[in-house]
Design a protein around this ligand. Structure first.
Ligand code: NAD
Ligand code: TDX
Length: 333
């Protein structure tokens, strides 16, 4: 049995990866370590309860004791998905991002070094490159993060690399583009706009709506992580993009049209400070390992919209309490 630790496994991508890991790797014993912040949701993992190859530990990656508790029985591979992940929240209150994304990654790297793991997978992001007006970011390009979230992720990305260069820890670093799909917390643009449209509430589009993101379906991301780990080279970075560059305005209109809602629900609001104009990745490195995204954007969006329409019981309880306070403060509506 290979003993695998998945941090942040109660969140959006981590929970998809936990399911994928148990299904695709019958020889893996999976422990999820998650603090269950506002973004962590036990419902994302509920169906795994009772699986003898799965266990859940509630704890903080920035706490040595919590990490030790999670890996007390030994660990072979660590996947670090745990992070504070929302750019707007990082602008309002950066401290938690430094603590979890930077210090938490350091704590895990130290545990990995002490144990001598087979692999440490750091889930980084395309945001570390900053905005790119033309062309596509290469893994060798300079990092120019522009907000506290992306800066903390860049710090973690390079800290992980330093453990490879200095201590020979087998580190793999992925930089994925914007993920979307079921179970994404409704603060990120696609689930926010889909659920607002379902509730006939305005869709708050930042600035002129012309910012571009490259959309990656979450299951394609999970498959790419495996390809990187199985066929990649330790110490390398791998860009993982969906090849679906879209302007935010186009996505907003598609969501409204697909749900049969009026375009009048579109509301232009004040722009995000330091809003990166465009992200785009050159993915030829992971392409040479044989990975390609499989889900076309229009199909993935259709499935995502259908999931939110069918799973109100998942998101309606989230859009209450603290969420509403955050929402009013963020959007002043
Ligand atoms: P998410 O916000 O949905 O989930 C994050 C999870 O981490 C939650 O379950 C939360 O409870 C947990 N967590 C937060 N702080 C923790 C701590 N201190 N200790 C333990 N657990 C903690 O995030 P996501 O969108 O699933 O992103 C997962 C990872 O992928 C992050 O590292 C993020 O930077 C990266 N990433 C995300 C995207 C995207 O588009 N969502 C794109 C590229 C990379
Ligand atoms: O209300 C909104 N209105 C709006 O116009 C929100 C929340 C977003 N937007 C715009 C900003 C971005 O151009 O939509 C685009 C996507 O925004 P987010 O969903 O907040 O994602 P982004 O800032 O691009 O970051 C995401 O991708 C990279 C994830 O949140 C990160 O965790 C990941 O690393």
């Amino acid at each position: 049995m290979t003993r695998v630790l998945i941090t942040g496994g109660a969140g959006f991508i981590g929970s998809h990866y936990a399911h994928h890991a148990l299904q695709a790797h019958p020889g893996w014993q999976v422990t999820v370590l998650d603090k269950l912040t506002y973004a962590g949701n036990p419902a994302n993992l509920q169906d795994l309860e009772g699986n003898p190859r799965y266990r859940f530990v509630r704890g903080d990656i920035a706490s040595r004791q919590d990490v030790e508790r999670a890996i007390a029985g030994g660990v072979d591979i660590i996947f670090n998905f745990a992070a504070e992940t929302h750019v707007d929240r990082s602008i309002g209150d950066p401290e938690g991002f430094i603590r979890t994304d930077v210090y938490g990654t350091y704590t895990l790297l130290e545990a990995a070094r002490a144990r001598g793991v087979e692999a440490f997978v750091q889930i980084s992001t395309d945001e570390v490159y900053g905005s790119i007006a033309r062309g596509r970011s290469l893994e060798t390009d300079a990092l120019m993060p522009t907000n506290p979230y992306s800066a903390s992720k860049a710090a973690a990305d390079r800290l992980a690399y330093s453990y490879f260069a200095t201590y020979n820890l087998p580190v793999f670093i992925s930089r994925a583009s914007n993920n979307y799909g079921p179970n994404q917390y409704p603060e990120k643009v696609i689930p926010l706009f889909v659920t607002n449209a379902l509730e006939d509430k305005p869709l708050p589009l930042y600035g002129d709506g012309q910012n571009v993101r490259d959309w990656l379906y979450v299951t394609d991301h999970c498959e790419a992580i495996d390809v990187m780990l199985e066929r990649g080279t330790p110490g390398e970075v791998y860009n993982i993009g969906g090849g679906n560059e879209r302007r935010n305005l186009e996505i907003t209109e598609q969501i409204l049209d697909r749900l049969g809602k009026p375009r009048t629900l579109l509301r232009y609001v004040q722009d995000r400070p330091g809003h990166d104009r465009r992200y785009a990745l050159d993915c030829s490195r992971i392409g040479t390992l044989g990975w390609r995204p499989r889900v076309p954007f229009e199909k993935g969006l259709e499935e995502t919209i259908a999931w939110y329409a069918a799973n109100r019981a998942w998101w309606e309880p989230i859009k209450t309490g603290e969420y509403l306070e955050y929402y009013r403060k963020q959007y002043r509506i």
